[in-house]
Design a protein around this ligand. Structure first.
Ligand code: CDP
Length: 222
């Protein structure tokens, strides 16, 4: 089966999705990394987020590959390893604008569906259960309070990026707003998704809850 995990920034999706995939022997696909990779390439090519035609041409010229690794997923664009480069603040601040582009979403959506065709994937993002894989057998909407999400992200990146907790909270809230309000496949909780609020849960509790849900779904399908 396929598992879709959607939710806002900092809810813990990528850590949880990777571990769930590991436990089930599934393939983990981080779709946010794909949007980040396009953003990095747009910045390098000096393509602004409102230059629709240029952005569309750019995304079509990219071959994005995701490779599983020990500590996460490695991301390659046209053969170059951009895993660390897509996590900079410059990329984070722009990515939701790039992700609002119709062609970018269309091209990446096709790639994502192809990756999930043979089933056995855990895919995380914003529109996986609602748009990319509406037939996913298990859909989870993972969320947490904005304060808690900012705090988690702060602990993750404060040492490497010069940023305060307050700045992070504002940036996360801005990104939530952009992702929720865009016209094309916005961040929404699919009607058949199970909502998990992880504000007061540990990562392991969330992982166990999703693994349990997936086992129940698998047993039901037999
Ligand atoms: O890891 P973090 O929560 O910061 O975000 P991400 O998963 O790396 O996604 C970065 C951005 O890509 C999001 O804020 C969205 O704007 C966009 N995105 C999207 O539009 N659709 C997806 N399926 C995944 C990400």
């Amino acid at each position: 089966m396929n598992i879709a995990i959607d939710g806002p920034a900092g809810a813990g999706k990528s850590t949880v999705a990777r571990k769930v995939a590991e436990q089930l022997g599934y393939v983990y696909i981080d779709t946010g990394a794909m949007y980040r990779a396009v953003t990095l390439c747009a910045q390098r090519a000096n393509v602004a987020t409102n230059q629709n035609t240029k952005l569309a041409d750019l995304v079509k010229s990219l071959e994005i590959e995701l490779e599983p690794g020990e500590t996460g997923q490695s991301v390659f664009v046209n053969g170059e390893n951009v895993t660390a480069l897509i996590r900079t603040r410059e990329v984070t601040l722009q990515v939701s604008h790039v992700a609002a582009n119709e062609t970018v979403r269309e091209v990446l959506g096709i790639m994502q569906r192809r990756l999930a065709k043979r089933k056995g994937v855990v895919m995380d993002g914003r529109d996986i259960g609602s748009h990319v894989l509406p037939d996913a057998e298990l859909k989870v909407f993972l969320t947490a309070s904005v304060k808690e999400r900012a705090l988690r992200r702060y602990r993750e990146i404060a040492d490497s990026q010069n940023i305060t907790l307050e700045q992070l909270e504002t940036e996360i809230a801005d990104r939530d707003r952009l992702d929720e309000q865009r016209d094309i496949s916005p961040l929404v909780c699919a009607s058949d998704a199970i909502v998990l609020d992880s504000t007061a849960m540990t990562i392991d509790e969330v992982i166990n809850a999703i693994v349990k849900l997936s086992r129940t779904k698998m047993a039901e399908a037999k």
